[in-house]
Design a protein around this ligand. Structure first.
Ligand code: DQA
Length: 137
């Protein structure tokens, strides 16, 4: 099974960025623990701060992978382009958020992506990604 974790803007700073909200572990370290635990899955990871690169990656894997775990970060709340890409591809997408976006500012309550995804997991810290992996098993 081939799964991609796709992270959007500012998530390269996990571990350093607002640790009270996003925790103190880097995504690279967390990703390694996931790879060690889920050895039967071909797990890949891509992060970009650039909207078009995230769209390109969705197009690249979206007709061959078994699942995409997408944390579009701030683009969740703004990007028609990413929402359209999620709709355009065949691979099922799970939307994840580290924080509980619904317990935060009003603008984080809107997701352009949500209508086009299989499901949404939010608020479990980095564990949100693992729960998304498990949803594909
Ligand atoms: C986030 C929540 C978004 O509102 C925010 O812009 C992020 C991270 C999360 O994982 O909790 O960058 O997607």
């Amino acid at each position: 099974m081939k799964l991609l974790i796709l992270n959007g803007p500012n998530l390269n700073l996990l571990g350093k960025r607002e640790p009270t909200i996003y925790g103190s572990e880097s995504f690279e370290a967390y990703f390694k623990t996931l790879q060690d635990k889920y050895t039967a899955i071909e797990l890949s990871y891509f992060q970009s701060n650039i909207e078009g690169e995230l769209i390109d990656k969705l197009h690249e894997v979206g007709f061959s992978f078994d699942g995409i775990i997408l944390n579009a970060a701030a683009y969740t709340h703004t990007s028609v382009g990413i929402a359209d890409a999620v709709k355009a591809i065949e691979t099922p997408v799970i939307e994840v958020h580290i924080s509980n976006v619904h317990a935060r500012e009003e603008f984080r309550h809107t997701s352009f992506i949500a209508p086009n995804v299989k499901g949404i997991i939010a608020g479990f810290g980095l564990k949100s990604y693992e729960l998304a992996i498990q949803s594909f098993l």
